[in-house]
Design a protein around this ligand. Structure first.
Ligand code: RP5
Length: 169
């Protein structure tokens, strides 16, 4: 039986999946059960409200929300729940994500959205931030995050050693 999802990954369009799948993959690598859904703040407002308003009762602990253009999705979701909402601005127009960044980050006081970088790095960091928050109550997850950091540092040292060999050769 599939495990109860702890993180909901929501995106405004299926065209966002190519970037938002990085958030899902990062959660899966850390063994954090998640679900991924498409719902739009503007095209399906009632469905979006329903998803956000029911998230806590369905057992979700955190929401990661990606959208491009006039990206109101993360803010609308945050307005309907007290679960932490992490926003990922996406590049979907000629403004290359600056529109989504400003729409996502400039929330009025009272309804927070933790806003990540535009695009793939933002999707990855959204998953890692969600993991770090969940790890506050999960020592095994905390250990997995620490191991991942050690691996990342080792990879940088390996790349530096390879570069030194090329420079010497
Ligand atoms: C936003 O509009 C979506 O999040 C997407 O990034 C953008 C374009 O959507 P599509 O026209 O590709 O469906 O609401």
């Amino acid at each position: 039986m599939a495990k109860q999802p702890l993180v909901g990954v929501l995106m405004g369009s299926d065209s966002d999946w190519e970037v938002m799948r990085v958030a899902v993959e990062t959660l899966q690598e850390l063994d954090i059960p998640c679900e991924a859904r498409v719902s739009s703040a503007h095209r399906t407002p009632a469905r979006t409200h329903e998803y956000a308003a029911s998230a806590e009762a369905r057992g979700l602990r955190m929401l990661i929300v990606g959208a491009g253009a006039a990206a109101h999705l993360a803010g609308v979701v945050a307005s309907q729940t007290v679960l932490p909402v992490i926003g990922v601005p996406l590049s979907a127009t000629d403004l290359k994500g600056m529109d989504a960044l400003l729409a996502t980050v400039q929330m009025p006081g009272g309804i927070p959205v933790a806003t990540m970088a535009i695009g793939t790095a933002g999707a990855k960091n959204a998953a890692l931030l969600a993991a770090q928050i969940l790890a506050l109550g999960d020592p095994e997850l905390s250990a997995r995050l620490k191991a991942q950091r050690r691996d990342m540092a080792a990879a940088v040292e390996r790349k530096d050693a390879e570069l030194q060999q090329k420079m010497a050769g």
